[in-house]
Write a protein that binds this ligand. Structure first.
Ligand code: CA
Ligand code: CA
Length: 144
């Protein structure tokens, strides 16, 4: 899976996460794999979310951007702390930005834009705190 994302692209994605997290206390992670199998992208994303222990941030404001490359499926899911305070269509604009890029197979660009959009959306509800710690790794998580 990594081979689809050359190191330069991976660096851009990680840099986008750092940039997004400099504006918000929300913690963004990316998981990329080939296929979500028999599950929906959403259900698979929930599974990954828990396996990456993303439900263990102090403010419950972790966000997972999940991409199943071969299925052309993706999902954005936020933790309880986010869902409690945002409208149901909260991720819609982020999703649209990503969808446009993915349609043209610009996966890295779509992820970068999605991450930055998510950071901007989160900022309003979860502004960056002076005593912020990087609670969840900014590294990309790769599946099979
Ligand atoms: Ca943080
Ligand atoms: Ca982080």
């Amino acid at each position: 899976m990594q081979t689809l994302f050359p190191p330069a692209d991976q660096d851009k994605i990680i840099a986008a996460i750092k940039e997004a997290e400099s504006a918000t206390s929300g913690e963004i992670r990316v998981h990329i794999e080939k296929s979500c199998g028999k599950k929906t992208a959403f259900d698979r994303a929930v599974e990954i979310f828990l396996s990456l222990k993303m439900d263990q941030t102090a403010a419950r404001n972790g966000v997972l951007i999940y991409l199943a490359v071969e299925d052309h499926e993706f999902a954005i899911i936020g933790d309880k702390g986010i869902n409690d305070v945002v409208p149901a269509n909260f991720w819609e604009s982020t999703r649209n930005v990503m969808q446009d890029c993915f349609r043209h197979k610009n996966f890295s660009e779509g992820l970068v834009k999605g991450i930055l959009a998510a950071g901007q959306e989160l900022k309003a509800h979860f502004p960056f705190q002076k005593d912020d710690s990087d609670e969840l790794s900014n590294e990309i998580s790769f599946g099979k």
